[in-house]
Design a protein around this ligand. Structure first.
Ligand code: MN
Length: 492
């Protein structure tokens, strides 16, 4: 993980967790994905684990005085060693990094004299994650809160007291989320429209009192103001599943009960901080320029634009033909009951457990269940599709009375579909935490496998009114989708 730290000099602190401490280097120009660039890195003393997710201000005049944002987080794996500390001693460490911004293999090599402040070189290997021209300064925001260093300095919610023991050094001035809470307060104070300051961006918001989703069970309708509030509250988490990917928006500008439509083109009037990607494979007449949600405010923009549903590509823009997940889409058809769909889902649970493949379920917010299977990039969509088809056919054979196949829809109308065809470029499934265009504003919610046995589980049971609390209580149940790197095993 990496912190951007402005002290006497501006630098990035690169840290690898090992043996209960953080092996640390200060990188003045910051790490880059560009393999042509060599970066000087200074090996500094180990830092305590407690410092790992510190974001805030270190008082002037104390060690490291300045401001800090959590610039990247993720997991890492030492390469060709079980003892990274010994590698550091020997002067060379190779690391596979699975961060939100940094990905791929980095090499750190000692160049200077041994001593207090050893000089090393940091380079990104020429691998599938390399991106020529990539500069850390183009991606300044915290992956934790969406803030820049300036914004943290201006409104510090935490202070690090390096004179105190590590377990007491972090002083909380305001609870985390206070910035979002404050922003939600200012949204409530706006009239029907206005300019909303959110995540450090100014966004023109309109029609705030429009009722976008009729209420369910006597509940009040969900207004656009409430949708934007949800988008802001969920954005720091949801953005992790959207960043670096083309976004297909499902727009219902006049509400969930009116006809919606796909909107893929990034509108020209979108603010410059809404990301952009040109699909090099776009044929004439196809969408070329997509919006990319790379920071929390961009998701709020999408909601303001009338996107009630967020569907991101399952490949990243740097390699659009290589998915990062295989997808199992359990679609209930018209006559399959929820109970039958749960039977299918549990059979998939057993299959993944038997195969020892990490897989993550979520309810769709509509009628179905999906299972997302993270993979190390490499296989094509054809390969993931074939794998999921084989898996689902094996599972489906156990309960042939419950399932049909895509091409059989006509003859066996109404049965559940195991739709492996979703494993294709630019076929998108609804993103985790996205609302759905339906009464009550249900959301697609990650669940645990155990929750398949909860008699109260419903595919559309979580809503924009309950999801944020559930996230606070349960944490991000989908986090493993971003962390696990696995190969799909051959199926017998
Ligand atoms: Mn530092």
């Amino acid at each position: 993980m990496v912190q951007r730290h402005r002290a006497t000099g501006d630098h990035y602190d690169l840290r690898f967790e090992a043996d209960g401490v953080l092996l640390s280097w200060a990188v003045p120009k910051g790490p880059t994905l560009d393999p042509a660039k060599r970066r000087t890195a200074f090996h500094v003393g180990d830092h305590p684990l407690e410092y790992l997710l510190f974001e805030g201000v270190i008082p002037e005049g104390t060690y490291g005085g300045g401001d800090v944002v959590v610039w990247d987080t993720g997991t890492w794996r030492p390469v060709r060693t079980d003892d990274p500390r010994a590698s550091v001693e020997a002067g060379e460490l190779h690391a596979d990094v699975f961060g939100q911004k940094l990905r791929g293999r980095f090499a750190l090599v000692r160049r200077g004299e041994r001593g207090e402040r050893e000089q090393w070189l940091l380079v990104h290997k020429r691998d599938e994650h390399a991106v020529p021209g990539w500069e850390p300064g183009d991606h300044p925001r915290s992956v934790l809160t969406g803030r820049t260093n300036d914004e943290v300095l201006a409104d510090s919610d935490r202070v690090w007291r390096s004179d105190l023991p590590a377990d007491r050094a972090e002083v909380v001035l305001k609870p985390r989320g206070a910035d979002v809470a404050e922003a939600l307060g200012s949204l409530d104070e706006l009239g029907a429209q206005g300019t909303w300051e959110i995540f450090g961006r100014s966004l023109k918001v309109t029609n705030l009192d429009k009722e976008l989703f009729p209420g369910r069970n006597e509940e009040a309708s969900v207004t656009k103001r409430e949708l934007l509030g949800y988008a802001a509250a969920i954005a720091p988490t949801a953005v992790r599943y959207l960043s670096g990917r083309a976004l297909n928006m499902r727009r219902h500008p006049n509400g969930s009960r009116t006809k919606g439509f796909w909107h893929k083109e990034r509108p020209r009037f979108a603010p410059p901080w809404v990301g952009s990607w040109d699909n090099p494979d776009a044929e004439p007449g196809e969408t070329r320029t997509y919006a990319v949600v790379d920071e929390p405010a961009a998701l709020v923009w999408a909601a303001q634009f009338g996107a009630l549903e967020w569907h991101a590509w399952t490949s990243r823009t740097d390699q659009p033909h290589r998915p990062t997940y295989a997808l199992v889409d359990l679609d209930p058809g018209t006559i399959t009951s929820w109970a039958d769909l749960l039977v299918l889902a549990r059979l998939h649970r057993d299959a993944f457990s038997h195969l020892e493949v990490a897989a993550f379920p979520k309810v769709t917010g509509s009628r179905g269940i999906q299972v997302w299977v993270p993979i190390a990039r490499g296989p094509s969509f054809e390969e993931t599709r074939a794998w999921v088809e084989k898996l689902s056919r094996t599972v489906g054979a156990v309960v042939p009375e419950l399932v049909s196949w895509t091409w059989e829809v006509r003859s066996r109308k109404g049965l559940a579909r195991l739709d492996y065809t979703q494993n294709a470029i630019n076929k998108t499934l609804v993103a985790p935490y996205s609302p759905r265009a339906a009464d009550g504003a249900p959301v697609s919610a990650p669940i645990t496998w155990e929750e398949l046995d909860d008699p109260d589980l419903r595919p559309d049971g979580f809503t924009v009114r309950t999801m944020v609390d559930r996230l606070a209580e349960r944490g991000d149940l989908f986090a493993g989708v971003l962390e696990v790197q696995q190969k799909l095993p051959p199926l017998g």
